[in-house]
Structures are given as C-alpha cells and as structure tokens.
Design a protein around this ligand. Structure first.
Ligand SMILES: CN(C)C(=N)NCCC[C@H](N)C(=O)O
Length: 266
C-alpha cells in the first residue's frame, strides 16, 4: 500500500516506573505492566490495521523504559545511527537496539560517540531532519548524524522539561509539514519553525499536556493519544484520518504512541 511503513516496537513486558528521569515519572505512584501491555497491543493493532509492518525487539528484564523504541536509534535510507542515552538507567538500551539492527541485516550501523536518544530527538521529513536539544540529545550528535546520514539536520532548542524530547512537542504530519506546541521551544527555534512551516498545526498547552504531539502520521492517518481532542479536530479539519489510542499507562513514564514506535526507513 502507498503509505505503508515499517515500525520496530518492544512489548512492555517489563514496564515499570522505578526511577524518575523526567517530570512525568513518579516511582511512588508506579505503573501497571499488564495495563501497559494491553494498551500497547491496541497501538500495534492500529498500525497493522492500517497496513503497516511491525517488527518486534525482545524486551530485556531490568530495562523498564525499553518499550520506548523511538529512542533506540534513527534509521534513514537504511543507515542506522545508534542511540547513546543521557541517563545511566537506560544506557544498556543503545547497544541492544543497535544489535537488533545488525542482527537483521543492517550493515551500515554506527555506534555513536555523542549523546542522543534516537527518534526521540530526531524527526525526519522529506528534505531535512529536525533535531531537538536541551535535555537529552547533545548538539554535537546533530552534527554527527548529519555527517553519517548525509541529510541536513536543523537544530531546535527545547526549553520546557516536560517536553524533554522533540517528539513530545512536535510531529511530522507528512514529509513537508508538522504540528507542534510553540511553548516547548526557545524564541529563536519558534522563529525557525514559523519560517520553515508557515502552514503548521499549532497545538494548545492542553493538548501538549496529554502528549498529543507524541503522534505518528503516515501522511494520511494520524495515530494520536485519545485525550488530545482539540488537536484531533484540527487534523480532521485538514483532511487527515485520526486514530485515537489510549496509552495512559505509558504516559506515567512520559511516553505516548510515537515513543513506542521506531520507524525503519530503507
Ligand atoms: C518521545 N519519546 C520517544 C519519548 N519521549 N520517550 C519516552 C521516554 C520515557 C522514558 N521514561 C525517559 O524519560 O527516557
């Protein structure tokens, strides 16, 4: 099918909130792995019903955030730029994801020297890769990714700790346009976004606060957190097919649909 995508996902069998590395996480409140698995299955089913291919990486006991596959790498044109996590709690995920790619025939794979959290902070459009920095991914990784992937990388400065990854504050609607929450970005980066995307969808603080920007679009269908009502209406007004999903359990760790989804672009 024309809009078919290939996604890598990781079943949240070992999901938990045991540490706090972002403001959404409260280890005292915890989270329920069984509920997370059920909600995650709903997301996987939604992709498969849309005709997308889903591959799975085995979850590893002791890595409760491994469900957030988007952070595991950045894959463009079949080249795999590996992740190097900012926090020790997730450090082992980088090599695990890179190994999945080398085991599955991706010969051009790079173990990065610079701190970066994969598609959490790198979002790929047709002509450019947008890259977040400020909380997790180092600006030096933007340069390294550009050199390795041969695509222009545009740096965007994140300023609100609740929106610690670029993909919590912006998603590509298609290869040329995006939706974003302006409050997550510095004044200079807001100007860059206005300049690059004059027709962007601007999300409200309320929709950002339910991780409504952590959505996955194939250019026609947008899989988005069910609570992001106003944003969903605007996307529908623009002719997109909106598929709401409930990932409230995973939001307790600071993640949504996009966090659970690593796109494999060959
Ligand atoms: C948007 N993406 C990929 C994410 N925002 N990922 C969720 C990571 C959550 C994890 N507890 C962490 O803080 O790293």
């Amino acid at each position: 099918m024309a809009h078919s995508r290939h996604y890598l996902m990781c079943r949240p069998d070992h999901f938990a909130v045991e540490y706090a590395i972002n403001p959404w996480m409260d280890p005292e409140a915890g989270a329920d792995a069984a509920t997370a698995v059920r909600q995650w299955e709903g997301l996987k089913d939604a992709y498969e019903e849309l005709g997308h291919k889903v591959s799975l990486i085995n979850p590893i006991d002791g890595l409760p955030d491994m469900v957030f596959a988007a952070n595991g790498a950045l894959v463009v044109g079949g080249r795999v730029y590996g992740a190097r996590f900012a926090n020790a709690e997730r450090a082992a995920e980088g090599p695990a994801y890179l190994r999945w790619f080398t085991d599955n025939g991706f010969a051009t794979a790079m173990e990065p020297t610079e701190t970066n959290e994969g598609e959490g902070d790198f979002l790929t459009l047709d002509e450019v890769i947008l890259a977040g920095t400020g909380f997790r991914t180092a600006i030096t990784a933007h340069k390294q990714a550009q050199e390795f992937l041969g695509r222009p990388v545009v740096t965007l400065q994140l300023v609100d700790p609740r929106y610690y990854h670029l993909d919590t504050a912006l998603f590509p609607i298609d290869g040329r346009n995006v939706a974003y929450y302006p409050g997550a970005f510095s004044a200079g980066s807001r100007e860059v976004l206005r300049h690059m995307f004059p027709d962007a969808v601007l999300a409200s603080a309320e929709d950002a606060a339910v991780l409504g920007l952590n959505a996955v679009s194939d250019g026609h269908n947008v899989v988005i957190n069910v609570e992001a009502g106003e944003l969903a209406l605007e996307l529908k007004r623009r002719g997109l097919n909106v598929i709401p999903v409930d990932l409230s359990e995973l939001r307790k760790a600071g993640g949504g649909p996009k966090c659970c989804t690593l796109e494999i672009r060959v």
